[in-house]
Design a protein around this ligand. Structure first.
Ligand SMILES: C[S@@+](CC[C@H](N)C(=O)[O-])C[C@H]1O[C@@H](n2cnc3c(N)ncnc32)[C@H](O)[C@@H]1O
Length: 287
C-alpha cells in the first residue's frame, strides 16, 4: 500500500530508538503495560472475535497482538517507519512460534497528526463497509502535538457501534510536570521514621512541551517530546467531532510494586494515578 511520509520532527526520536523501544517492551511489555494498561484495555475495549480493529501508534505492536489473540483482525499503524518495521518483525516471530494465527495483523505507517497521511489511509480503508469496530491508541496521545486530525478521523473510521479507547500518562499527576516530594519525620509516639510522599503542582493549564526521560541516556539523539494537555483540551476535539465519552479510568500501581531502593520512583506515589484511560463512541440514537 502507498504510504505518505510526513516531516513531523516529533517522530525523529522514535525513528532513532525504534530498536531499543522494541527491546525494552519485548513480547509482553513492561509493568506499566502489564499491570496498568492491559487490564484497563481489556475492560474498556472488550474485543470480540469478529471485530475489525485499528491500533494507532502501535509501537512494537503490543496492543495489536493482544487484539489479534482475542480474535480481532487488526491494522496496526505507527507514525515511525522504523517502529512499524520492528512491530512487523516481532509479529512475524510470533507467527513462527505459533503464538498467533498467521496474517491476523497488517502494518502501515500512519502519522496521526498529518492530514495527507490520514487521507491515504482512508482512501484504502475507509469505504462504509470497512470501518473499524475498535480503534485503540495506547500511550500515544501525549506523544503528539496536534490531536484535531486524530479526533476527526477516528469519528470517520469508527463503526456506528464501535469504540475508541485511549490511554495516556495522567495529565494532572504526570504530564503537568508535578514535582515529586518526600518529607521525612520522626513520629514522637513510636520513634519510627516516616516518609510522606506528595506532589507539588506548579502548572497545569499551560505546560510547554517537555523532553521525556525515555532514551535520555543516549547522547546521540534527543528524547521524544511530551505534549501536556489539561483535561478540557484533551477531550474537546473528540466532543467537537461528535463523539461522547462513556468510560474513564485512572490507573495506578499498588503497594506490591513499591521500589524501596528507589524512594523517588513514581510508582511509590501510590495515591496519584499514572495512567488515564477513556472510551469514546457515538451518542446512542433516539430512534
Ligand atoms: C509510548 S510509545 C507507545 C507504543 C505502543 N502503543 C505501546 O503501548 O507500547 C508511543 C508511540 O507513538 C508513536 N508516535 C509518535 N508520534 C506519532 C504520530 N504523530 N503518529 C503516529 N504514531 C506516533 C511512536 O512512534 C511510538 O511508537
Amino acid at each position: 500500500m502507498e504510504t505518505h511520509h510526513s516531516n513531523n520532527p516529533s517522530l525523529l526520536p522514535w525513528e532513532a530508538h525504534a530498536a531499543s523501544w522494541d527491546e525494552t517492551m519485548g513480547d509482553d511489555g513492561n509493568q506499566y503495560f502489564s499491570a496498568l494498561e492491559l487490564p484497563v484495555l481489556k475492560k474498556l475495549v472488550s474485543p470480540r472475535p469478529e471485530d475489525r480493529a485499528l491500533d494507532l501508534a502501535t509501537g512494537n505492536g503490543l496492543v495489536a497482538r493482544w487484539l489479534a489473540q482475542e480474535g480481532a483482525s487488526v491494522v496496526a499503524t505507527d507514525g515511525s517507519k522504523a517502529m512499524t518495521e520492528q512491530a512487523r518483525i516481532r509479529t512475524r516471530d510470533w507467527y513462527q512460534r505459533g503464538r498467533l494465527p498467521k496474517d491476523k495483523i497488517s502494518f502501515e505507517v500512519l502519522d496521526v497528526t498529518d492530514q495527507s497521511s490520514w487521507e491515504l489511509f482512508v482512501a484504502s480503508h475507509g469505504p462504509i463497509t470497512k470501518k473499524f469496530d475498535i480503534i485503540t491508541m495506547n500511550m500515544g496521545i501525549m506523544d503528539i502535538h496536534d490531536i484535531e486530525p486524530l479526533a476527526v478521523y477516528v469519528k470517520q473510521l469508527l463503526e456506528q457501534n464501535g469504540r475508541f479507547v485511549a490511554t495516556l500518562l495522567h495529565p494532572l499527576f504526570f504530564t503537568s510536570g508535578a514535582d515529586r516530594q518526600i518529607t521525612v519525620r520522626e513520629d514522637p509516639t513510636t520513634g519510627q521514621r516516616q516518609l510522606d510522599r506528595s506532589l507539588v503542582l506548579r502548572r497545569y493549564l499551560n505546560v510547554p512541551p517537555a523532553r521525556q526521560l525515555l532514551f535520555s541516556d543516549d547522547p546521540g539523539s534527543q528524547p521524544p517530546l511530551c505534549f501536556h494537555r489539561p483535561l478540557h483540551e484533551l477531550f474537546a476535539p473528540f466532543f467537537r467531532a461528535g463523539l461522547i465519552m462513556d468510560a474513564l479510568e485512572e490507573m495506578d500501581f499498588d503497594e506490591s510494586f513499591r521500589e524501596p531502593m528507589r524512594e523517588h520512583a513514581a510508582r511509590n506515589y501510590t495515591q496519584f494515578p499514572k495512567i488515564l484511560a477513556f472510551r469514546m463512541r457515538f451518542a446512542p440514537s433516539n430512534g
